[in-house]
Design a protein around this ligand. Structure first.
Ligand code: ARG
Length: 566
């Protein structure tokens, strides 16, 4: 909201200067951290040289321009070279509260994405391997971005590009044929298959020839030998169940599950096109495309004819462009694939398509525990599902202690447990590696998901079902610092969402919600919300309700459930 005022001020000043001088220059508008000197400040030092006037003269000129406008401004001071502006808090508070309380969960909804289509590739686990923590990150970030973009009016099409093709299936088949027990697998497919996969890796250490067997087995799948193709299909189906279990818990779903195998018959056309366009080069038996001095060439076809990850992605992107006609395509994938996506972009460009700039690698960092990378590969790390279960049971214990009479404790503990894990991830800027600490993440205080849920619940328990009367609010209370600070934050919600959408960064919303919650809790500690005075109480309730609306909707955008009780 305050941003809208800033934009309007900027436009007014720009219009004035554009008419008067023909210089083109940027006006800087700041929001000082300390509100003593004003809510908005315009320093003029940067334009002194251009206008050849002393700063205070320019500042006074600006003051004149802004004086008689219909902007929500209550006072303008010129101090040195600064124009200090005090917004009309009463008017602003009213705008914000009325909008938040009437729009409710629609508050913050905007249309910056109207008419635009964003195709998203996320989660994308390599099935027949355990669902890794990296894929969990991709799932949570992707899911949140889908919700955020939807809130901004974008249409989205979400793809789980399953890693359902590759030597891991060969390994699985070798392991199955050597040690598999069909009955056991049928009973508990995910666990048994995981065990087989781990066993393969352990035994292959002393039997390097198993790797060769695995390659051969996979070759048989690629050659479509019916028996092997069937085994592949079966393993694919069963492995997918593990991922689906996690999606079920997190309430995540996709528009498409077309994985790597879907593109088996679509790569030749791409290779032909590269050939026709004269881009393919033979390099010791392999087919490559040179991508200039800035990056290594892309390996399109192996010397043994085997297909490659990048070739598949190339086939996939053309297919997706055709089918979804995206304005942008997002790949939510770890930092370690940075080069891969740079190459993908460069290839599309080289092939003469102009949509290469619409390819966005939404990268993210690693999960660390005690500074070391977490990996599920070796099998000695607990399964993700177990981590989720553990978080849920830790949440249960706390709820049980705080509120033993709650009726649906398990359901609530599930939401709180998931909130712990999801929030511990999303509060960090995605590009960074993050240290994961389950004890910390499940706490009801501190920068956690449960803390935000708890703040929402606290507000609900204050307001209960009291009716809030929007015509009975004392807006002059918002002249006070603590009232104004809080309502101003509520007013920032839309801009925060837009900021998150532009940076593809859910953390922008997560950090904002932490600020909002702590600002509310400060307010709660300093004001008697349940005032005896009816108007003050109604005003406080309206403000608290607006905070709750934002918390609820903000949490929803992160993929976290808000609660009525906990
Ligand atoms: N399955 C891949 C991996 O785990 C991620 C796929 C990402 N998406 C893509 N279109 N390349 O490394």
């Amino acid at each position: 909201m305050i941003n809208d005022i800033k934009t309007e001020i900027k436009n007014k000043i720009k219009e004035y200067f554009d008419n008067k001088y023909d210089n083109n220059f940027e006006i800087i508008i700041e929001e000082p951290k300390k509100q003593l000197l004003g809510d908005i400040a315009i320093p003029t030092f940067g334009i002194v040289k251009i206008l050849r006037k002393p700063p205070f003269e320019i500042a006074n000129e600006i003051k004149e321009v802004l004086k008689d406008t219909d902007l929500s401004i209550s006072k303008i001071d010129v101090v040195g070279g600064y124009v200090n502006i005090f917004v009309d808090r009463t008017k602003l508070a009213k705008e914000i509260l009325v909008e938040a309380l009437t729009k409710n969960s629609e508050y913050g909804t905007n249309n910056i994405g109207e008419g635009k289509m964003i195709t998203m590739d996320y989660s994308s686990p390599n099935i027949a391997k355990s669902f890794s923590i990296g894929h969990l990150r991709s799932t949570m970030i992707g899911n949140s971005l889908k919700l955020i973009l939807g809130k901004c009016g974008y249409k989205t099409y979400t793809i789980n590009y399953l890693g359902d093709w590759g030597t891991q299936f060969g390994k699985m088949i070798v392991a199955y044929e050597k040690w598999g027990d069909l009955d056991a697998i049928k009973k508990d497919p995910i666990n048994e298959l995981t065990k087989l996969y781990v066993r393969f890796h352990n035994e292959a250490e002393s039997h390097p020839e198993y790797e060769e067997l695995a390659r051969e087995a996979f070759k048989k799948i690629e050659d479509r030998e019916p028996k092997y193709l069937k085994l592949w299909e079966w393993i694919r189906e069963e492995s997918l169940k593990e991922s689906k279990e996690i999606y079920e818990i997190l309430k995540v779903n996709f528009d498409s599950y077309r994985g790597e195998s879907f593109y088996n018959d679509k790569m030749d056309a791409v290779v032909d096109e590269l050939e026709q366009k004269g881009l393919l080069k033979l390099d010791s038996g392999a087919q490559i495309v040179d991508l200039g001095d800035d990056m290594p060439p892309a390996l399109i076809k192996r010397s043994d004819g085997g297909s490659l990850y990048i070739t598949r992605d190339l086939a996939a992107i053309f297919y997706r462009k055709k089918v979804t006609n995206f304005d942008k395509i997002l790949y939510v994938v770890g930092n370690e694939q940075k080069l891969h996506f740079e190459q993908l972009k460069a290839l599309v460009k080289k092939m003469g398509y102009d949509f290469y700039d619409d390819i966005i690698h939404v990268n993210f960092g690693l999960y660390l525990t005690n500074g070391k990378k977490v990996s599920t590969r070796s099998g000695n790390v607990t399964r993700l599902k177990d981590v989720l279960d553990k978080a849920i049971s830790m949440a249960y214990d706390q709820i049980n202690e705080k509120n033993p009479d709650l009726s649906n404790k398990i359901e609530i503990a599930t939401s709180v447990g998931i909130a712990s894990i999801v929030f511990a991830d999303l509060k960090n800027y995605r590009g960074l590696d993050i240290e994961f600490d389950l004890d910390q993440a499940t706490k009801f205080e501190g920068q956690t998901g449960p803390y935000l849920q708890y703040t929402g619940v606290r507000i609900a328990s204050i307001i209960k079902d009291s009716k809030i009367d929007l015509d009975n609010i004392d807006y002059s209370l918002f002249e006070k610092e603590n009232y104004f600070e809080l309502v101003k934050l509520v007013g920032d919600f839309k801009d925060v969402i837009i900021g998150a959408a532009k940076e593809y960064a859910p953390s922008v919303i997560a950090r904002y919600l932490l600020d909002l919650a702590s600002s509310f809790n400060k307010f709660y500690a300093s004001e008697k919300i349940n005032s005896e005075d009816e108007i003050i109480r109604n005003t406080n309730y309206a403000l608290a309700k607006s905070v709750r609306i934002v918390l609820n909707e903000g949490l929803r955008l992160l993929g976290i459930k808000y609660l009525e009780k906990m």
